[in-house]
Design a protein around this ligand. Structure first.
Ligand SMILES: [Zn+2]
Length: 466
């Protein structure tokens, strides 16, 4: 279960999720270490229990989080106080605070309260700071220089790290490592990935006229989620938005199942709901206040840079709530307004959310409205595939019950991970001098079959986990 390459250790790298990387620097006999991500195993990955990191034996100076998904940050609460600093994105921190605040009201409230306290602790949490168009380099850990670069992923505010490590035991005394975290090329910000590699990571063109890179990357540690999922279609977020627009144009009453933190897809559906309903865009409704809070957070942070990430007309679902407007002669319930204008409403695939769907089915049956509601399922299909280890039985039953009621389920989703083509392009652009180390993949061997030259294939490091 631990893969070791020179001064790099990867824990649980042979599953999609829960991968932990530890990099050490030893200069004059003194060792310092950083950790990248400390997340939970993917459900159904076959890992019965998450490993326990030997915090006392191999102490860590700082942990760097690539993004806020549970398989990368899920075990943050277990990190001992001896680890002085935890680094993460500024918006990622806010999104995680929203999640834990909501969880304090559940049965795991105590754990959530402890995590919330940690996330609010300015003494331990540090966020990446911008210095013009790049992020400030982190140089206060002996033996390391860390450069965070923003990447496109289904989690907003995700990072890859370029890490320069001093180490007496490696050739030349220094290793330059690029750790991609989770990334993709087909989201709204995906086009930036290759230019960032060419112009910042490799610093192309710094020496005028030579066209030569000034900096070589020695080791590339990259995710490979899609190697074993290459049969899944990869829509761009824009293609997803266009398809959603067409679909919402035909369906006035639409429910949506989508992650509260998948900003790109939420923006695609929100924009689609505006474009499908000219001249008046459709309101977005949410099943609870937590979901609305996440959207408000994205509007205030990501929305500063582009209108695409602004969610302006968002309301919590309370179907019987009475509303009044000056132009109305009498009050309307929220449900009456929704039936009049149409809607896009986010729900969870949980039994208690059927109370939002059923009244519209009833009203269709008794002739109050002339369309059945529909449900758009925009999550990974593996969760509702009975043959997959990661399946969620409650979700499968929910979908089956809605289909039995005659509700159409539209599958419309795009992956948060790099397509096989994008992965190949990134490996070629980085062109590491020593190794390509696959992680976050069930098929490391598959890297050897990517469309790249033999020299690069030979650098793929597939030591069997032990
Ligand atoms: Zn992720």
């Amino acid at each position: 279960m631990i893969k070791t390459y020179e001064n790099i250790k990867i824990f649980q790298g042979d599953q999609i999720g829960g991968c932990v990387t530890v990099i050490s620097s030893t200069v004059n006999g003194k060792t310092h270490r950083i950790m990248i991500d400390y997340g939970s195993s993917l459900e159904g990955s076959g890992t019965v229990k998450d490993f326990d990191y030997p915090w006392d034996k191999e102490p860590i100076d700082a942990v760097f989080f690539t993004h806020y998904h549970g398989d990368h940050v899920g075990r943050i609460g277990e990190i001992p106080k001896s680890v002085k600093t935890l680094y993460m994105g500024e918006t990622a921190r806010k999104v995680m605070i929203n999640i834990q605040r909501a969880l304090t009201r559940t049965k795991d409230g105590d754990a959530a309260r402890a995590e919330l306290e940690l996330l609010n602790d300015d003494g331990r949490i540090r966020t990446f700071k911008k210095a013009r168009c790049i992020y400030k380099h982190i140089t206060d850990i002996p033996g390391f220089k860390i450069e965070p670069y923003s990447v496109d992923h289904s989690a907003y505010d995700a990072y890859m790290f370029l890490i320069e490590v001093e180490d007496d035991s490696v050739p030349g005394g220094k290793t330059i490592i690029l750790h991609t975290g989770d990334f993709r090329g087909h989201g709204r910000r995906g086009k930036a990935m290759l230019p960032v590699i060419n112009y910042y990571i490799r610093r192309y063109g710094n020496k005028e006229g030579t066209g030569k890179p000034k900096r070589d990357v020695d080791v590339l540690i990259t995710e490979g989620t899609m190697i074993s999922r290459s049969d899944e279609p990869v829509l761009t977020e824009f293609e997803l938005q266009l398809e959603a627009t067409k679909y919402l144009h035909e369906h006035k009453y639409a429910f949506l199942i989508c992650s509260s933190t998948n900003l790109d897809s939420l923006a695609s559906f929100y924009q689609a709901a505006q474009d499908a309903s000219v001249p008046y865009g459709r309101y977005l409704y949410t099943y609870n206040n937590y979901f609305k809070t996440q959207l408000d957070t994205f509007t205030k942070t990501a929305g500063k840079y582009t209108d695409l990430y602004k969610f302006e007309n968002v309301y919590e679902l309370e179907l019987e709530r009475e509303l009044k407007r000056p132009e109305w002669t009498k009050k309307k319930t929220q449900k009456e307004l929704m039936e009049y204008t149409g809607f896009l409403a986010v729900i969870k695939p949980a039994e208690w959310c059927e109370k939002f769907v059923d009244p519209f089915i009833e009203d269709y049956k008794n002739g109050h409205i002339n369309e059945m509601p529909v449900i758009i399922y925009s999550m990974w299909d593996g969760y509702i595939d009975k043959t997959k280890g990661a399946r969620k039985d409650e979700w499968i039953k929910f979908i089956e019950r809605q289909e039995a009621k005659g509700v159409e389920i539209k599958h419309l989703h795009t992956s948060g991970h790099a397509s096989v083509q994008m992965l190949t392009d990134v490996i070629k652009a980085v062109n590491p001098t020593r190794a390509v180390i696959p992680m976050h993949t069930e098929d490391a061997e598959g890297f050897k079959y990517l469309d790249m030259d033999e020299g690069l294939k030979d650098k793929v490091f597939i030591e069997r986990s032990c």
